[in-house]
Design a protein around this ligand. Structure first.
Ligand SMILES: NC(=O)c1ccc[n+]([C@@H]2O[C@H](COP(=O)([O-])OP(=O)(O)OC[C@H]3O[C@@H](n4cnc5c(N)ncnc54)[C@H](OP(=O)(O)O)[C@@H]3O)[C@@H](O)[C@H]2O)c1
Length: 315
């Protein structure tokens, strides 16, 4: 790992990557009229997933695999299958209670560690400087890993300032390649920015066609914080998989509702982490890079926004 210069008071570290699929892959996201213009360089393998470059220079796959509610042998199988069909970004969290199974699935896949992008999250009960450090060690031990690619504060609760300090130190020590947050509203992000020495690289928030998060989208762009969508299918709520608008749009491109939804995230430049326990769905969800939703279809999908969470029980 090499250390980059300090700029604007922000210390940044860059991992030197060797032999990784992501080593030299770059996507230049130019967001205009809800379109993403991706320029992948020549070392990008043909079937690999495009990456976004985080604000510390680290490439992150724009499509990954979620593991919420996957447990035990099912989790292990799903993670291993997801990797086998092409996913490289895996999302877990202490509170999911499945880090050891995610780790076992990774091991089972036989893939090289440096080809993966592994995210875990610090739970509310572990907030604070000392607790955050301990929780991080527990997470990597359960996962069987020496470092994480991304570590997020799961929710803006408890001693966020102490947690962030611990995460900054772990980042400086090279144990985490990028640090970020989850479920932070714009004002909570503003607050973090007042004391952070290292800017968060990512904010993972609920985002799907029924909750499009236009305000956060603009604020995150302003701060150069990558937006990541959790529950990109609203976990099936509000009848998403029977939605007539999405069905009609899908028919034009010979794509499913799931594929239209994920393509909509991609064209907004948002990282998405769909979960599936079925290999056929995992494959289907990766098959979104060979078509482009028209401007008018993007506008039609924009009208599906209810601008309200589909998970009120988590508020
Ligand atoms: N940071 C946070 O606070 C937070 C909160 C929630 C979630 N997350 C993360 O975000 C990830 C994704 O969210 P999620 O797990 O809530 O739900 P989701 O990805 O929005 O939806 C998962 C559901 O969609 C179904 N599905 C997947 N692909 C499909 C397809 N092609 N056709 C039809 N159905 C399909 C799955 O069923 P099958 O299994 O049958 O395919 C499953 O029931 C989580 O796993 C977790 O990693 C983070």
């Amino acid at each position: 790992m090499e250390k980059k210069n300090q700029s604007n008071g922000i210390t940044r570290r860059r991992f030197v990557q060797t032999g990784s699929v992501f080593a030299a892959s770059t996507i230049f996201l130019h967001l205009s009229g809800n379109k993403v213009f991706g320029a992948l360089n020549s070392t990008q393998t043909e079937n690999s997933i495009p990456t976004v470059t985080l604000n510390n220079g680290i490439p992150m796959p724009i499509l990954g695999f979620g593991t919420h509610s996957l447990k035990g042998a099912t989790c292990e199988r799903c993670v291993s299958e997801a990797i086998s069909v092409g996913y490289r970004l895996l999302d877990t969290a202490t509170v999911y209670g499945n880090e050891e199974f995610v780790g076992a699935g990774i091991k089972q896949s036989g893939i090289k560690r440096e080809e993966l992008f592994i995210t875990s999250k610090l739970w509310v009960d572990d907030s604070g400087y000392e607790s955050a450090k301990e929780a991080f060690e527990t997470s990597i031990n359960k996962l069987g890993l020496e470092y994480l690619d991304l570590y997020l504060i799961h929710r803006p609760r408890g001693d966020v300032k102490g947690s962030w300090k611990a995460m900054e130190e772990l980042y400086e020590e090279g144990k985490i390649r990028a640090i970020g947050v989850s479920n932070f509203e714009p004002d909570q992000l503003d607050d973090l920015m007042t004391y952070a020495n290292i800017k968060p690289a990512v904010n993972q928030i609920e985002t799907h066609v029924f909750f499009q998060q236009h305000n956060s989208y603009e604020v995150l762009k302003k701060y150069e914080v990558q937006m990541e969508a959790w529950s990109p299918f609203a976990a099936g709520r509000n009848g998403i998989f029977n939605n007539q608008t999405l069905t009609d749009i899908g028919k034009k491109y010979n794509k499913s509702i799931a594929q239209v939804s994920l393509r909509w995230h991609y064209q907004r430049g948002i990282v998405a982490i769909p979960r599936s326990s079925q290999k056929a769905h995992m494959i289907e969800n990766l098959d979104i890079f060979d078509f482009e939703l028209s401007k008018s279809d993007m506008q039609t999908i924009a009208k599906l926004d209810l601008n309200i969470t589909q998970f009120p029980e988590w508020e």
